[in-house]
Write a protein that binds this ligand. Structure first.
Ligand code: SAM
Ligand code: NAG
Length: 262
């Protein structure tokens, strides 16, 4: 079996095959520009650098990406904004946590093209369900054929409306305390509200994951440049002081917080 290509092993400059462009990259000409579309965040990623051989080794010796996940990842990276996809090792970790706690019901806030939803669905039993929330109808259209190909489409319940609305509907329907795992990767403006509602929807022993909690390192800035940083920072403080959960913050990609409901 061929080793799956880790998400970050397709340097844009190489794909474009131009030495001149490569040189421009090296001299930082493109730094801070949105071209290539998936290159922007990569420059600002935290630890460790994606082209680091040790990191590549880690991925090549730990990733067991389902063929449908791999296809979806490669397809997504070709899209504008493709880089807002979760990384493959993050999705694999979340899927493994779901398996570990024998999860049946999962919440996925921020479907995008459906990579995390697919990874979670593959980790759930036949009767499992992933409620995945998205406001933009377009990106999940890319993922649906691959959900089908992986034969888990029936487990994925896509709700095309603001995530807060879906969470409130689930609470109103009496589903508090019934979810096993929740993944928060939608807008940052509402992240504290997502955290609180997801915590209510989780059962004790459930896992709450929040993505991008280091926000490219901007959480360190004394005067945050934008609202998102402020929201992320407030949430990080809240989780730290929250006696209802055990926590871990992993330096994967832009930071991944795990809160384990007590
Ligand atoms: C970082 S991406 C999610 C990545 C995805 N989890 C994956 O594995 O590839 C964030 C997504 O959240 C969606 N989003 C933004 N605001 C939202 C809201 N209020 N409710 C639901 N989804 C929202 C965006 O449209 C975007 O597709
Ligand atoms: C935050 O949630 C509110 C209420 O659903 C919604 O109107 C708003 O668009 C959300 N913010 C973002 C950035 O998605």
């Amino acid at each position: 079996m061929a080793l799956p290509v880790p998400r970050l092993s397709i340097p844009a400059a190489l794909a474009l095959g131009s030495a001149a462009l490569g040189a421009a990259f090296a001299t930082g000409l493109f730094l801070g520009k949105r071209w290539p579309p998936w290159g922007y965040r990569r420059h600002q990623r935290l630890l460790p650098p994606p082209d680091n051989p040790l990191w590549q080794y880690l991925l090549s010796r730990s990733m067991r990406e389902h063929p449908a996940l791999r296809s979806l990842r490669l397809l997504t990276l070709e899209q504008p904004q493709g880089d807002s996809m979760m990384t493959c090792e993050q999705a694999q970790l979340l899927a493994n946590l779901a398996r570990l706690i024998k999860a049946k019901k999962a919440l996925d806030l921020g479907t995008f093209t459906g990579y995390s939803a697919l990874a979670l669905a593959l980790a759930l039993p036949e009767a499992g369900r992933v409620v995945t929330c998205e406001v933009d109808a377009e990106p999940p259209k890319l993922g649906r054929p691959l959900w089908k190909q992986a034969e888990v489409e029936q487990k994925i319940d896509l709700r095309l409306q603001p995530a807060l609305q879906t969470l409130d509907e689930l609470l109103a329907a009496g589903e508090a305390g019934t979810f096993d795992i929740a993944v928060v990767d939608a807008d940052k403006e509402n992240c504290t509200a997502y955290y609180e509602r997801c915590l209510q929807l989780l059962r004790p022993g459930g896992v709450l994951a929040v993505l991008r909690v280091l926000w490219r390192g901007e959480v360190l800035q004394p005067q945050p440049k934008n609202k998102a940083v402020e929201c992320v920072r407030n949430l990080n403080e809240r989780i730290l002081r929250d006696a209802r959960v055990y926590i871990s913050l992993l330096p994967l990609d832009d930071g991944l917080s795990l809160a384990f409901k007590i």
